[in-house]
Design a protein around this ligand. Structure first.
Ligand code: TNX
Length: 552
């Protein structure tokens, strides 16, 4: 027997067959190899971080901030070291189609993390964080010996947040971005405008936030509700705050996709500037069934209840296009993302049908239906977005009446829109209600106020973003997926976390891990470790998945 083999045999004997500490990472890495024996490397305050390349300082300070926050110590960073008590960070070429590949090994001579770029190093650090013990009883953090090779399956791994229905402060947005990064997701879709609130400062149109960011009440209970709470609700992000959030996200390798809704969901903008409507003199109509429908509306109002509203941007008035272009000029200058989302969903055509300007435009352009008018609207905005060197994304309604030539489609009404767009050789982001709407209930026993529906975690886990009907070439247009978090029934941070976890865990694995690696039973086991991390970090989550299947 060779010496090495004898040593291993001896160590196994001494440790008395103690099984290696389980490595439970979410999302499941491409490959995890553990030695048969139980052995740990200990991170202590004497451990040194050694950087073998430039541009890793960001990941290091992220890691040190994490250690400091939860274990109350930080590590020294050095250029080189002969010590065995080290964490080495390095770059290695990994040639994967999607950025973010990394390698991590934990051995007796230290921890080694290599990324194929900065993002890869960051994901290696995220995995290392999951290997830390989820308690802070001492300053010796045992990390099991392991060798991990990992890279993402899809390039777009997103989470949306609707800040229109309820406003969430900057601190919460930052913590949301941290949670996105923790799950190795890379896009935060910021739904910034809706009927119930306009949330981003636009310098040229100050009334958008002076007026449009505030509503005089919110419907109580499930729509149509029992009454209005008559409390002023609102808030907005200044451009300085937006810049700060963008910089924060960048350090976590998260891109922010801004969304400015048009032509529908425009009540808040119209309340600020009534001339954006086809009928500027008509007072706002509330949803006919809403509890506050009897409230006498004077003039245009920011909506106080939920639903789809008929007062939309006028498609016959050129000043409306100028306004939207001005807004997008400021938005595209602010956000570095190569994409801008222009909404496009749920736009009733009622006003356009009776608006002389809209009808005149249709006649002039030979448009036969109001759907074609919406298509004209979106295509005109796409030209503008492209002129700003950005690409446009819209909800799947933008397919109706003819798709804008370069648009990416976000498929939410099931997978149909995504399939159709991919067949037309357009890029697609899959966000179907059936699998990824986390505003739906996750338990049949749900006792908090939610929009309805039923979407248990197991169903999310079973989602396959590339529809089987697509050819391989068409399937390449599926950039990835995301969950849309609509906040009609979420008005605080804890509720948002409760609604999204652990379903985000299931989703991140769908988007990151190889299809053949997905195994629900194994996921459920790993999830128990994730729950300990959530408890340790003070993150709320639903325990619905722990209920027996009979009651779920
Ligand atoms: C549909 S999904 C909407 C939202 C609602 C959501 C509620 C989409 C593009 N539009 O305006 O909040 O349903 O689930």
């Amino acid at each position: 027997m060779r010496l090495k083999t004898i040593t291993i045999a001896l160590v196994s004997l001494i440790t008395g067959g103690i099984r290696a500490q389980e490595v439970n990472i979410i999302p499941q890495p491409v490959s995890v190899k553990q030695p048969g024996m139980a052995a740990n490397f200990n991170i202590t305050n004497a451990t040194v971080i050694v950087l073998e390349g430039n541009g890793m300082e960001n990941s290091v300070s992220f890691f040190n901030d994490y250690l400091d926050r939860f274990y109350h110590f930080k590590l020294k960073v050095e250029k080189n070291s002969t010590s065995k008590n080290v964490i080495h960070l390095n770059y290695e070429r990994m040639d994967k189609t999607v950025a973010g590949a990394y390698h991590l090994s934990v051995r007796n001579n230290g921890i080694y993390i290599a990324g194929d770029n900065e993002t890869g190093v960051f994901y290696g650090i995220q995995t290392l964080i999951q290997l830390l013990p989820a308690n802070a009883t001492n300053t010796k953090l045992g990390i099991p010996y392991v060798v991990i090779d990992d890279y993402p399956r899809f390039g777009y791994r997103g989470l949306m947040l609707d800040v229109g229905r309820h406003f969430f402060p900057v601190e919460f947005i930052k913590s949301y971005i941290d949670l996105i990064a923790m799950h190795k997701m890379n896009t935060f879709h910021w739904h910034l405008t809706d009927d119930q609130g306009w949330r981003i400062e636009i310098k040229k149109y100050p009334r958008l936030t002076e007026v449009g960011a505030w509503r005089n009440g919110t419907v109580i209970g499930h729509f149509p509700g029992t009454a209005s709470d008559n409390k002023k609700h609102g808030g907005f992000y200044t451009q300085e705050e937006v810049k700060d959030v963008i910089a924060y996200a960048k350090k976590r390798y998260v891109t922010i996709l801004p969304e400015i809704e048009m032509p529908g969901h425009a009540s808040a903008a119209i309340a600020a500037y009534p001339w954006l409507s086809c009928f500027s003199n008509e007072p706002t109509k509330n949803s006919p069934n809403a509890a506050d429908a009897t409230k006498a509306a004077t003039g245009k109002q920011v909506q106080e209840t939920w639903g789809v509203f008929e007062d939309v941007f006028c498609a016959g008035n050129d000043s409306v296009f100028t306004f939207l272009q001005d807004v997008l000029t400021e938005v595209t200058a602010l956000f570095p993302s190569s994409y801008v989302h222009v909404g496009g969903d749920e736009c009733p055509k009622t006003n356009w049908k009776r608006c002389p300007k809209c009808q005149a435009r249709m006649k002039l352009l030979g448009l036969k239906t109001e759907h074609e008018l919406q298509s004209y609207f979106v295509q005109r905005m796409e030209k503008f977005v492209n002129s700003k060197k950005k690409k446009m994304i819209g909800w799947d309604e933008i397919l109706e009446g003819g798709l804008a030539p370069n648009a990416t489609v976000m498929s939410w009404r099931g997978e149909k829109g995504g399939i159709e767009a991919a067949k037309q050789n357009h890029d697609v982001i899959m966000t179907p209600t059936t699998y990824v709407y986390f505003d739906y209930a996750q338990s049949k026993l749900e006792d908090s106020l939610v929009i309805g529906g039923y979407l248990p975690m197991e169903k999310v886990y079973g989602y396959e973003p590339i529809p089987a009907v697509l050819t391989t070439a068409q399937g390449k247009h599926i950039m990835g997926g995301q969950s849309n978090i609509w906040t009609e029934y979420m008005d605080n941070a804890g509720k948002v976390q409760y609604m999204i976890f652990p379903r985000v865990d299931a989703l991140c694995e769908v988007l990151w891990s190889p299809k053949e690696k997905r195994n629900y039973k194994d996921f459920e086991t790993r999830l128990q470790s994730q729950f300990k991390r959530y408890d340790f970090q003070g993150i709320h989550y639903s325990k619905a998945s722990l209920e027996t299947s009979a009651t779920q």
